[in-house]
Design a protein around this ligand. Structure first.
Ligand code: C2E
Ligand code: CA
Ligand code: CA
Length: 436
């Protein structure tokens, strides 16, 4: 029976009290507080980079690391404080303090210091980072649940702003979290109901100005008609790990559109779509999805271009190159988007089986005024030519931009000068005018 009680109240990996027991002890401590004149103080600790261990070395090493973290934390606390192990990489400490501001700060710093030395994981040193949030009774809350919840909120606040730090809870953090949760909820709802529409922006030949391709750009259209641009929700989707669902919607929509235009005889050679880093780093899912959608819409990869950014390629170079080759083998073409803004690892460029470079619009912006920008654009174009790549200039807004691109023998351009991204019907109309 003793064994069973222990199982229900302790974490099986570390043998530390679990959340249930911790909550009970904390609640008791709150009830006693008026008598003891001490402030129950909650210190919530989460490792920020624990996922990496599991991804890099596997579960077994992750568990080993957690056991060592628990032991280090245990070594620096005094006996009457209670250290609990909630989930995976979450720990929580209860201390009864007369001066919680000073004492809480001290303990939080001591816990962070305890993790300072790198751990040994599979014979390599691994530096663990943690985020720590602190609350105390009765200032932040008068019950256990709220004290823990708010300590977690303070921890999350650290996580987004700083590495390896602690913070005391403040009311405004709660408002921000609530707001963030509401935004997430709205985005999830938009995904579930597919409130998205794709606008198409023409890409034209620099010499002839005829439209040869179009980039699909996502818009979030609320039922009340509000149109939300991607910059307002893509970062959020990335943050909460649902960006691949947006990619799925993009792939479905663009392949369907391609099949439709093909059937209707709309003359557009290439449709370009943007992928996120997350989707690109799951090649098996990506390739399966693409193949499924190609067969669903009875079309081919020929004439579909996939835009990726440099940042997506460098974290796992070999895998990224393999993925690019697989996409090429299926018949897709590839563009390197926003070129010049990323790591500009020119030496990598020849390793990538890409077809096109898209020069970021920040360079095009100033080419008519800045000799430096013009030189950069010239250099990129020369480089691309030696690597047999085509070049698209983004953000072409006026005739002076276009004139310089003509002189520098840029292949294609995209920008407000020809057209903003347009809804499908407007795009079709634009195409008719352009071709006549
Ligand atoms: P991007 O891929 O670099 O797309 C080009 C952006 O530049 C578009 O913004 C386009 O409207 C804008 N643009 C085009 N010509 C001009 C110009 O002449 N002047 C100026 N100032 N801007 C111009 P948009 O549509 O707001 O998209 C912003 C970003 O959101 C995209 O940048 C892309 O990174 C992301 N995005 C858009 N659609 C998708 C999507 O379906 N999936 C993913 N993962 N990301 C997307
Ligand atoms: Ca793009
Ligand atoms: Ca771009």
């Amino acid at each position: 029976e003793e064994q069973l009680t222990k199982l229900a109240t302790h974490h099986k990996l570390t043998q530390l009290p679990n959340r249930t027991l911790f909550q009970e002890l904390l609640q008791q401590s709150c009830l006693n507080a008026p008598r003891t004149n001490k402030h129950p103080t909650v210190i919530f600790i989460e490792l920020t980079n624990f996922k990496q261990i599991n991804e890099m070395y596997g579960h077994q090493y992750g568990e080993q690391l957690i056991i060592e973290v628990a032991s280090r934390l245990n070594d620096v606390i005094i006996e009457k404080d209670i250290l609990a192990h909630f989930n995976n990489d979450e720990f929580c400490l209860l201390a009864e303090l007369s001066n919680p501001k000073r004492g809480g700060a001290k303990i939080a710093q001591r816990l962070l210091n305890a993790l300072e030395q790198p751990f040994n994981v599979n014979n390599s040193p691994f530096k663990v980072d943690a985020s720590v949030g602190v609350t105390f009774y009765p200032d932040d809350a008068n019950n256990a649940d709220e004290l823990i919840r708010k300590a977690m909120i303070a921890m999350l606040d650290v996580k987004t702003a700083q590495k390896h730090h602690y913070r005391f809870y403040e009311q405004h953090m709660n408002d921000e979290v609530t707001l963030q949760l509401e935004r997430e909820q709205r985005l999830l709802n938009a995904i579930n109901n597919n409130y998205f529409e794709f606008y198409y922006q023409p890409i034209a030949d620099v010499q002839t100005q005829s439209i040869v391709a179009a980039e699909a750009l996502i818009r979030w259209q609320e039922p009340d008609g509000t149109l939300i641009p991607p910059d307002a929700f893509i970062p959020l989707a990335e943050q909460c790990g649902i960006i691949d669902q947006i990619d799925r919607i993009a792939i479905d929509s663009v392949l369907q559109q391609k099949a439709k235009w093909q059937k209707d005889g709309v003359a557009i050679e290439v449709l370009s779509l943007n992928l996120s880093a997350k989707m690109f780093s799951q090649p098996r899912e990506l390739l399966t999805l693409l193949q499924a959608k190609l067969s669903q819409y009875r079309t081919t990869a020929h004439g579909i271009n996939i835009e990726i950014t440099e940042g997506m390629l460098l974290s796992n170079l070999q895998e990224a190159i393999d993925t690019m080759h697989s996409l090429k083998a299926l018949g897709f073409s590839l563009s390197l988007d926003d070129f010049g803004t990323g790591y500009s690892s020119l030496s990598y460029l020849k390793l990538f089986p890409i077809d096109t470079l898209k020069i970021d619009r920040s360079f095009i912006n100033g080419i008519h005024e800045s000799q430096i920008d013009e030189s950069i654009v010239r250099a990129i174009i020369t480089l691309a030519k030696t690597l047999s790549l085509k070049v698209v200039a983004e953000g072409v807004e006026n005739n002076r931009h276009l004139e310089i691109l003509r002189q520098t023998h840029c292949d294609y351009f995209q920008g407000y000068y020809t057209s903003k991204p347009l809804p499908v019907s407007a795009f079709e109309a634009h195409l008719m005018v352009n071709s006549s």
